[in-house]
Unconditional design. Sequence first.
Length: 561
Amino acid sequence: MEGQPQGLTKGDILAGRYRIASAIGSGGMSRVLLAEDLKLTGKRWAVKEMYAGLEGPRRSALRQAMLLEAETMSRLAHPSLPDIVDVVPVNAGGFLYLVMDFIEGETLEERFSRQGSRMEEGQVVQLAMQLCGLLDYLHSIRPEPVIHRDLKPSNLMIDPSGRVRLIDFGTARRYKPERRADTVNLGTIGFAAPEQFDGRQSDPRTDLYGLGALMYYLLSGGIHYTAQRMPERSLPADLAPVVHKLLRASPAERYADARETEAALRDWLAAQRRQAPPAPGPAPSAGGAGWAPPHVVAVGGLYAGAGATFIALALAQALHERGVAHAVIEPPSPRAELAALLFADQHAPPHYRYYDEDGGGLRPEGPAWERGQTLWLPSSAASGAAAADEGASAFADAGAWLKLFHAVRRPVLIVDIGDRWEQPETRSLLETATDVIYVVDPLVHKLQLSASRRRLQFLLDEVRPGRRLYGFANKCLPRAEQAAWLRLLPERPGCLVPAVDFAGVAESGWRGRLPVEHPIVTQAVLAWVERWLPSELKPVRRSASPSLVPRFLRRLLALDP
């Protein structure tokens, strides 16, 4: 990560005992490493490396969160949890380390993907019952129950015996009845409960919603539940009421606790022994739910100049043409330029406040910068520069993104990350994204840059169920030259965007128009949007399976210079 000291690498020895063998996972501000015990021959440990060396006011908060996770995990003891055997305090570089059991097996997301995004209802129920037992343990801790708040496939390991293990407590908190709201809104879109987005306090029933969202996801072939969505794949009839009750918007309408949930699941299993397989059930009702989590599309160039901003604006133009409400968000950056590109001095509403400055423009009484179906949310250059001086902005925390998304309340959010893949703000954003678009152009030599190859590998590591990955080929040349360029690529990208000559780009600026409004660009991107557009926004078939994309990236990584 840019601006961050390097953590442990292969061969390094931690605390005089744990020799690092390899990196086995990463996400947000942490990594998981495999280590060999120098005192116990043959013993291997998982080492979680967490970074909180950022300068500025967020440093203290990050360190406090890290220490809370370490303290929380170290005092828990359950067969479905890894044992914490050692904690190495924050060092001079800003890293803290947790040494825990190394669990053989695979994550639930890996198994689900390996099974073709399918899981039999019996498997799902058995898994859910194990999680009920774990949640009952966590919620029964006194004086303060532990609320996990992020039950998702990547946080669950399945060991060789079939036992489910919960491996990440970065979002966990202790339930304090006297509080009315959480201090930080955390969770993963698609699995987080409504109360995690609207400022209410999470409690044990928050984890029950997460369990229901996980079950819905596994039973529906990898589709995230939203209250406004008609299911694309119906749930088993007798199991649907259990899942729907877990997914009620009001915590009071869910099961009372994990034990009651487990009893309902046991009743379902018993019924299966007495009857034939159930027929598909009806669609879930909204259950009084209001806000549905948005589709968050992160757009980034593999290298500077590939055209991430151009593609983000082209997507906005296409969605506007289709009549789909959306927002375009520019993350905090010292190089913020969206406001200038949009001629903010002329087109921004009077008294407009940027979302990332103090008292920003997402207050109900504040003016919104809208054009047609598009809500513009450019970054303040001054705020971005200040954040750079401090080491990171508040948006280095995924909770800040979730809070912003809830305030925007648009079904599609396009976030232009430029080429800033390594920034803390981008890493936290990618934790919340549902779709990721990477952009390349005909300058093929740039694919050989070490940064480009590193980013390609990072994208491979980030591909997981629920996060779709697409390649856009920007600035495509006339047909003859384009054919030669595309032959150098191992697979055809998902969208081919024609080049607009520089004179046309300059003329658009002089006319006060965006270059993406050129008909050839709109036509190409609109065709992709028609394939991608989620069913609850437009009843069309989804695009081809994204499972082909990792193969495309792997071939790019092997591309000869």
